[in-house]
Design a binder for this molecule. Structure first.
Ligand code: HEC
Length: 92
């Protein structure tokens, strides 16, 4: 079983949000409410990282635990869908 890999575009998206940029955005956020969507996007990005880490950990340490694996996989795909709904599908 292979781990789903984010494509090149995702790497580009992640690259936009370097820790330094994230810090800068937090500072800006405190002043401009208009940047709220960016905040939501960053939240989804953080959620997806957490879910991916959990899936990775499950594949490494609890491969035989079908329920745990299923849960980790579901969480990961749900976040994919949530972010696409808000930020990908809407723009087309
Ligand atoms: C934080 C937001 C976010 C998350 C989480 C996310 N995506 Fe995306 N995804 C996007 C955006 C935005 C685009 C559109 C990118 C563009 O058009 O430049 C996209 C595009 C795609 C595409 C189409 C690529 C293309 O060439 O147009 C695929 C396939 C995809 N995502 C798969 C996934 C999978 C699988 C996951 C979960 C493991 C995932 N994405 C999680 C934001 C996200």
């Amino acid at each position: 079983m292979s781990i789903p890999r984010p494509d090149v575009r995702h790497r580009r998206i992640t690259a936009w949000f370097s820790p330094a940029q994230a810090d800068a955005m937090v500072a800006i956020d405190e002043r401009f409410d208009a940047l709220k969507p960016c905040d939501d996007f960053r939240g989804l990005l953080a959620d997806s990282e957490r879910a991916a880490a959990e899936l990775h950990d499950t594949l490494r340490n609890s491969r035989d635990d079908a329920i745990k694996l299923e849960t980790a996989l579901k969480q990961t795909t749900q976040i994919c869908i949530a972010c696409h709904k808000a930020y990908r599908n809407e723009r087309k």
